[in-house]
Design a protein around this ligand. Structure first.
Ligand SMILES: CC(=O)N[C@H]1[C@@H](OP(=O)(O)OP(=O)(O)OC[C@H]2O[C@@H](n3ccc(=O)[nH]c3=O)[C@H](O)[C@@H]2O)O[C@H](CO)[C@@H](O)[C@@H]1O
Ligand SMILES: C=C(OP(=O)(O)O)C(=O)O
Length: 421
């Protein structure tokens, strides 16, 4: 298993590019299963999760054809098998995103039930209930979701009990090829849902209301090919900005968007950062100052994202004052706390709240990455700590951060990868 060795090296400064969004690319790759023709997807990030998705599509018979500039052509008409095996699903929960497209296009899907993961149990009951409301016959047996429909799925009104991002995406994709109109209520408003809808529209789907909590889809009989570029990764962008703020530095992130990061940018300004932005870049300047502690409470978009919670925890660890971090989305997303404490952080947990009292200095230590964003928080903490930190199990970070060490090195970080077994 690869490890990262990081030595605190003062403020981060310079420019870095944001990659395409993982959480947009994954549903969009699954959406190519809906089309009868080749679809070209551009601005794909080079990530382990993308590789896993391409393996999953190849397992079904869809062979990826590499194009220019990180683009890939996929042809949904090549599907031979509507089966997502446990061996691949266990590597990546987002594999559940093939359920809706397979069922809508081919009338059948056998998808391994994704397990829980470090951050929570993460059930998929709302995906299943929504598809059943559209006429699917679904059983769960031997660890597999077995879904069938005679003819086309039927449009329905689906009211989600809880806001679910991939649940909304699965139903949106299924509804695109259903017979009649589907209304998704209490739908997720995340920018990645809007990006998926834009890709589906480019394929011929009829969708309105994306970005609001009511999405209406008029099903069409077929979807065609298109070329679609994935939006920039707002969580990767936010991670670079938090690292800049925590280190007292000045960083410009290019190829990104400020309009999808409002809640994060507001918290960074509250922490004392000067933030400027234009159409495709965001710059954060901390002018060498120590950040002020901030309170954050995670909630569905447009509120503060759970995927940025761990990184803000790292910032609060060295901030001036005490910050309360409340996690409302996942029941176990504080796995980084114990590791940050190994580096000298002062954090107390009360239920779903972490109370972080800033210290002037963290110290390097051997730490263990437990999930994707926990890993990012440890990397941020390591870059501002005194001495050397060894971050183990970084396969988690490779799921969601493209060329993490090269990008951070370009900002002045002392970080290197040590290959492991
Ligand atoms: C690939 C992807 O896009 N992943 C993101 C997606 O995950 P994901 O789509 O898995 O997360 P959800 O939005 O579905 O989860 C939100 C909450 O709803 C619960 N729930 C969800 C579905 C369901 O059928 N039943 C149920 O109870 C979950 O356990 C969780 O407590 O949104 C999360 C919340 O913004 C992000 O942290 C993940 O990075
Ligand atoms: C939790 C995340 O991803 P996933 O849903 O793929 O586990 C994440 O991107 O922070």
């Amino acid at each position: 298993m690869d490890k990262l060795i990081i030595t605190g090296n003062g403020p981060l400064n310079g420019e870095v590019w944001a990659s395409g969004a993982k959480n947009s690319a994954l549903p969009i790759l699954a959406a190519t299963l809906l089309a009868d023709e080749p679809v070209i997807i551009g601005n794909l990030p080079h990530l382990q999760d993308i590789t896993t998705t391409l393996e999953l599509l190849a397992h079904m018979g869809v062979e990826p054809v590499m194009g220019e500039k990180m683009s890939i052509q996929l042809d949904g008409s090549q599907v031979r098998e509507c089966h997502a095996p446990y061996e691949l699903v266990k590597k990546m929960r987002a594999s559940i995103l093939v359920l809706g497209p397979l069922l809508a296009h081919f009338g059948q899907a056998d998808v391994s039930l994704p397990g829980g993961c470090a951050i929570g149990t993460r059930p998929v009951d709302l995906h299943i209930r929504g598809l059943e409301a559209m006429g699917a016959d679904i059983t769960v047996e031997g660890g597999y979701i077995r879904a069938r429909v005679d003819g086309r799925l039927k449009g329905a009104t689906v009211i989600f009990d809880t806001v679910t991002v991939t649940g909304t995406e699965n139903l949106l994709m299924a509804a695109a090829l259903a017979e009649g109109t589907t209304v998704l209520e209490n739908a997720a408003r995340e920018p990645e849902v809007v990006d998926l809808a834009a890709c589906l529209i480019a394929m011929g789907a009829k969708i309105r209301g994306q970005g609001s909590d009511t999405i209406t889809v008029e099903g069409v009989e077929r979807l065609h090919g298109c070329h679609y570029d994935v939006m920039p990764d707002r969580i990767e962008t936010g991670t670079f900005l938090v690292a800049a703020a925590a280190s007292g530095g000045c960083v410009r992130v290019r190829n990104t968007r400020a309009d999808i990061l409002d809640a994060v940018l507001a918290k960074l300004e509250e922490a004392g950062a000067m933030v400027r932005h234009a159409d495709d870049w965001i710059e954060l300047d901390m002018q060498g100052r120590r950040p002020r502690a901030v309170n954050v409470r995670t909630a569905p978009y447009p509120a503060f994202p759970t995927d940025m919670q761990a990184q803000f925890m790292a910032l609060n660890c060295i901030a001036d004052g005490t910050g309360r971090v409340v996690e409302t989305i996942f029941e176990n997303r504080f796995m980084h706390v114990q590791e940050l404490k190994r580096m000298g952080a002062e954090i107390a947990i009360e239920g779903n709240t972490a109370i972080v009292t800033g210290v002037r200095r963290l110290s390097g230590a051997p730490v263990m990455a437990t999930d994707l964003r926990a890993s990012a928080s440890l990397v941020v903490a390591a870059m501002i700590a005194e001495g050397e930190t060894l971050v183990d199990r970084i396969y988690h970070i490779d799921r969601g951060y493209e060329c993490i060490e090269e990008k951070l090195q370009s900002l002045g970080a002392k970080i290197r990868r040590v290959p492991g077994h």
